[in-house]
Design a protein around this ligand. Structure first.
Ligand code: DGY
Length: 322
């Protein structure tokens, strides 16, 4: 019988995940529903065998050092792991895991939610009604952008980008995609057409971002890209905030360089670039793409299973730094 691991969970998670973890490990959870300060995190991880971390925790060498050499796994409660220093983890022999697959539908669905909400001015219309401004049907009232039959540009066709693109069929859309490689299977199953970034930006009515945050994708979209896009185009971002130059986005939205944007992520989360929240042609959500009850439970179970697998001497199923 292996010794039970001592695991720290940096933020409260749905109960089934915690219960699963508790069946195998000694578990301590951050008692407050907030991000721990760096000092608190360093103190909390000390002596643990594993840590279940959030995308809001910066997991760097100092955190691995504070945890100690017995600490074998940081299971990140997210598919993205740009908050983790993978090189430091490798140097210290710490396994890093993520939670892919279980959040693919929820995240792709929220990208669609943003696309519809922005194109059809849903938030603005709701606000208009609640403020008592509605005087009855009008031929020019809150006109939006047609969706069916338009061209959708998808940048980044990993699991979420592909899932998002596959749902365009329901709206008879032409799909263009851009990624570092062509994906012939994806082309075959969805009818998507590979395009270089410039062509995609020039021809798309909607551009949706699904790339991980890497040095090569930081500010992938900024003033030069807005210049190429149609004045009627809408940008959707459910990936990571720094993929878009947010200051330049505010300028493009203000000047009418593009028609609108739907954002779930921000460059300096939770701060917003000044001016963004005042714009009516942007729909902004507080990073909730994976926030469904089912998905958040499953993300917790995936993270917990990764820790338990490592404790039992197995390779965790979602190891990202093999
Ligand atoms: C992720 O998993 O990376 C999302 O941003 C949050 O679920």
């Amino acid at each position: 019988m292996k010794r039970k691991w001592n695991v720290f969970v940096t933020r409260m998670l749905p109960e089934p995940a915690i219960n699963y973890l508790k069946a195998y490990c000694e578990v301590e959870i951050n008692p407050e529903d907030r991000v721990l300060s760096k000092a608190e995190l360093l103190a909390a991880v000390k002596g643990r065998d594993a840590v279940l971390s959030q995308l809001t925790d910066i997991i760097d060498d100092a955190v691995f050092a504070a945890a100690g050499p017995q600490c074998k796994v940081f299971a990140n409660y997210a598919v993205g792991y740009n908050n983790v220093d993978l090189e430091a983890a490798a140097r210290r022999g710490v396994m890093i895991t993520n939670t892919p697959d279980v959040l693919t539908d929820a995240t792709a669905d929220l990208a669609w939610t943003l696309l519809f909400a922005t194109a059809r001015r849903v938030v603005e219309a709701d606000d208009f009604l609640r403020k008592g401004k509605y005087q009855g049907w009008g031929p020019m009232l809150l006109l939006g952008v047609e969706i069916t039959g338009k061209t959708l540009g998808v940048i980044g066709t990993g699991r979420i980008g592909q899932n998002f693109a596959s749902k365009a069929k329901a709206f008879s859309m032409k799909v263009l995609y851009n990624d570092i490689h062509r994906n012939l299977d994806f082309e075959k199953t969805t009818g998507a057409v590979y395009a270089d970034k410039e062509t995609l930006l020039r021809e798309s009515d909607f551009v949706s971002l699904h790339v991980p945050l890497l040095p090569a994708t930081r500010h992938l979209i900024g003033a030069p890209e807005f210049y190429i896009m149609k004045n009627t185009a809408i940008l959707i971002n459910t990936s990571r905030g720094p993929v878009v130059n947010e200051q330049e986005l505010v300028a493009a939205l203000k000047s009418g360089q593009i028609w609108g944007a739907g954002l779930d992520v921000f460059e300096n989360e939770p701060e917003l670039t000044p001016g963004l929240a005042e714009l009516t042609n942007v729909v902004i959500l507080p990073h909730v793409a994976s926030a469904t009850v089912e998905t958040r439970i499953n993300m917790g179970l995936v993270a917990a299973r990764n820790i338990v697998a490592a404790m039992q001497g197995e390779v965790p199923p979602n190891l990202v730094n093999r």
